[in-house]
Design a protein around this ligand. Structure first.
Ligand SMILES: [Zn+2]
Ligand SMILES: [Zn+2]
Length: 378
């Protein structure tokens, strides 16, 4: 989305930016996004939609890199608006790769462990609306009169292309994302590969349904223009909207392959959104039974669930066992544990079954997590 607040905030940005620099090293680990790898894949955190002053963003590209480092991201794309250039008088840049080059130079200078890929935001009225092309070699050929030519230019560079904020109110005032004939044609010709189901603070159930119906990659992005810290409660457990990608390696090419293969999970406002076959391996790796013992002088079995992910996971008990200290809904905190006293004299081995309330595999549809429990010494 374009940022309506750029003028009012511009004075503030200069002050904030200097404060960031003089304060020296900031704590990075507490806010770093951390999810466990799953069998066969690295779980990499990516943000494929970011802006700088080279379109309507409020910061120099270096700051986008610094923020991503603090957030523990593995990869970001720099995606300036091609057609919307409110700072062009002050920052003329006929070469539309310039912000990507600056970001890359900064990564090299600082020897950071962050992958940066080139991108561009095709910024048109609906249809097709706003569309990002990422993994570009050169953004300039996407500046075309006919929008279809921009898609063909992206295709010639084997870019990964996705529909941005499809429920944008400027395009759909009722807030309901809808495919147009142009989108259908783009999908059919394999010129459009993904869709944002979550953009910054917005989520679209219709976009998720479109992704499932048309085999598009499910994405979550920050679309950040100002500072991540302004838009999210980072220091109170919040996180930027990102995509978790199951990649065979931690390289840009492997991330591109995984995006095209739709191995993604959007992480938005502590909600994990993904296809069931992609999401379940992550949940099953993150949530484990770490202990199961009979409570002394009772038949109650204390089952401890551990969570090795950054997502706080809410579970709703769906089988007949009851818990001595909890109702049907229990929370396994991020990087934490919960112990459930299972009543009713369970067997030496049994299964617990939960609906995962903080995960979606389709609109209004939560996946089921089954956990096998073997009781110690019974
Ligand atoms: Zn944008
Ligand atoms: Zn946009």
């Amino acid at each position: 989305m374009t940022n309506a607040f750029s003028t009012i905030w511009r004075c503030g940005v200069v002050v904030m930016a200097s404060a960031l620099w003089v304060s020296g090293t900031l704590a990075t680990d507490e806010r770093a996004i951390q999810f466990p790898d799953v069998p066969g894949f690295h779980t990499v955190a990516v943000d494929l939609h970011t802006h700088s002053v080279f379109s309507d963003g409020l910061v120099w590209p270096d700051i986008r890199v610094e923020e991503a480092r603090r957030d523990g991201l593995d990869l970001i794309a720099i995606t300036e608006h091609l057609e919307y250039q409110p700072h062009a008088d002050d920052i003329p840049h006929p070469d539309r790769n310039r912000s990507f080059e600056l970001a890359t130079e900064y990564v090299d200078q600082q020897q950071l462990d962050l992958l940066v890929v080139n991108g561009a935001e095709i910024t048109r009225d609906i249809p097709p609306g706003h569309v990002n092309a990422v993994f570009l070699a050169d953004a300039n050929p996407l500046r075309t009169n006919m929008v279809m030519d921009a898609f063909l230019a992206a295709d010639r560079q084997e870019a990964f292309v996705f529909w941005n904020h499809p429920a944008y109110l400027d395009h759909f005032p009722d807030g309901v994302a809808q495919l147009t004939d142009m989108h259908r044609e783009l999908i059919q010709r394999r010129l459009l590969h993904g869709i944002e189901v979550a953009n910054a603070g917005s989520y679209s159930a219709e976009a998720l349904q479109i992704a499932l119906d048309h085999n598009l990659t499910i994405l979550g992005v920050s679309d950040i223009h100002g500072f991540i810290d302004w838009d999210y409660d980072i220091h109170d457990g919040g996180h930027r909207t990102v995509t978790l990608v199951l990649a065979r390696e931690r390289t840009a090419e492997a991330v591109r392959e995984a995006l095209l293969a739709r191995r993604t999970i959007a992480w938005f406002n502590n909600l994990l959104i993904g296809r069931e076959d992609v999401l379940m391996p992550l949940l099953e790796t993150a949530i484990t039974v770490s202990d199961a013992v009979v409570r002394s002088q009772s038949e109650v079995v204390d089952v401890t669930l551990s969570n090795s992910s950054d997502a706080s996971v809410d579970l709703r008990n769906t089988n007949s066992y009851r818990f001595a200290e909890h109702s049907a809904v229990v929370r396994v905190p991020a990087h934490g544990q919960v112990t459930l006293g299972v009543t009713g004299e369970p067997q030496s081995a049994f299964d617990l079954e939960f609906e995962v309330l903080t995960a979606l595999v389709a609109p209004e549809t939560h996946p089921t997590l089954r956990l096998h429990v073997e009781v110690e010494g019974r």
